[in-house]
Design a protein around this ligand. Structure first.
Ligand code: FES
Ligand SMILES: [Fe+2]
Length: 368
């Protein structure tokens, strides 16, 4: 029996242990985050040979680097001598020189120089490389996966590329324009759940519900065979209230389990969310914006500011509040609102996230 259903057939929310148990949090790291595709950056941020972009997923430091052969690769950010970190932040390099003892790697990760190593009998410089991890470019974004055996992104998220291209034919040529991030003070799944339901939109996101979407047509539902949630909506009905010039476009976003979403706002404005857990009760969210030329013009700035000051800020308050609630002795998870008509006021997407979470931490078929 599906253990999320109670005796009345209601779908009950996840037990609080999934949001606060450190053992489960460790499994989220090794079984979910280390085995799925993670958004790294945008291809335009590593445009030229030597360009690199570094980041961390849990305790793993990683960097993306464009080689002299123009190919993008991802590496563990660790020197193969005595383990110092190789690069920080982002920038451009002609070679990778470790800041500790100056071991020097080329742009393909091959060790080229190790001071005084010629005195060491048996030292084979050609056998030492920085270990690579999987990398794919997907709709102009760079994703990495620490699992060597992971399926390709097209297999994990089938149909997404095509559907996103239908909504925004030039999405792959967009350029990185702006990103802000903040530590949200809650478990990662609280943040991801909040993002993936709009049952709270009419109550909380009054500006979003007028400026970006048409609430009557808004839907969030599992998409295709993969672990994807697709958000769809017509553009706002009232052009005067819309945040942007909508023309005849519509709204769509694609949440790619477990941690990234690619959104296309009316008017073809491409933007992203991705989430990286910092601790069992803290998560950093990254909010990215993209444009045709990498510039933030006045109209895009208006959308970025409105989003940050309304939707983004409003959600931050909600999820911090829920983080406190899951620690309450008085809280037991309630039934989800699964609307068979799939309206904006449905939590069908939450039920899907809960299934993926149980499956991810290996508890789907376990009994309490
Ligand atoms: S740790 Fe990198 S050169 Fe020694
Ligand atoms: Fe929200």
């Amino acid at each position: 029996m599906n253990k999320s259903l109670d005796t009345n057939g209601l779908t009950i929310g996840l037990d609080v242990k999934y949001f606060k148990d450190t053992e489960i949090y460790n499994r989220v790291k090794t079984n979910i985050y280390f085995k799925t595709w993670q958004m790294a950056c945008h291809s335009s941020q590593v445009k030229n040979p030597g360009d690199f972009f570094s980041f961390s997923i849990f305790d793993q430091d990683i960097f993306v680097l464009r080689g002299a052969d123009n190919k993008l690769r991802a590496f563990y950010n660790v020197c193969q001598h005595r383990g110092h970190k190789l690069v920080d932040g982002q920038g451009s390099k002609r070679s990778i020189v470790c800041p500790y003892h100056a071991w020097t790697y080329d742009l393909e990760g091959q060790l080229k120089r190790a001071p005084n190593s010629d005195k060491v009998k048996g030292f084979d410089i050609s056998s030492i490389c920085v270990p690579q991890i999987r990398l794919e470019e997907f709709l102009g974004f760079v994703f990495v996966n620490m699992d060597k055996d992971a399926a390709t992104m097209d297999k994990c998220y089938p149909g997404v590329k095509q559907a996103a291209l239908e909504l925004c034919p030039d999405i792959e040529s967009k350029q990185f324009a702006h990103m802000h991030n903040i530590a949200e003070g809650c478990n990662w799944l609280i943040a991801v759940e909040n993002y993936n339901e709009c049952y709270h939109c009419k109550m909380v996101h009054r500006e979003f519900a007028k400026g970006v979407i048409d609430p009557e047509s808004y839907r969030i539902a599992p998409f295709g065979e993969g672990k994807v949630l697709r958000h769809t909506s017509k553009a706002p009905k009232n052009n005067d209230k819309a945040w942007m010039n909508v023309g005849d476009t519509s709204y769509g976003s694609f949440f790619l389990w477990p941690s990234a979403s690619i959104q296309i706002y009316p008017g073809g404005i491409v933007n992203t969310y991705h989430w990286r857990p910092l601790a069992v009760d803290d998560t950093r969210v990254y909010r990215g914006w993209y444009s045709d030329d990498g510039e933030v013009d006045e109209s895009l700035q208006k959308v970025i500011d409105l989003d940050r000051d309304t939707t983004f800020a409003e959600d931050l308050e909600l999820i911090k509040n829920v983080q406190r609630g899951i620690n309450s002795i008085g809280y037991t998870p309630g039934p989800l609102i699964i609307d068979p008509d799939g309206s904006i006021d449905s939590e069908l997407s939450i039920a899907a996230l809960h299934t993926w979470m149980r499956e991810g931490v290996g508890e789907l078929h376990e009994n309490h």
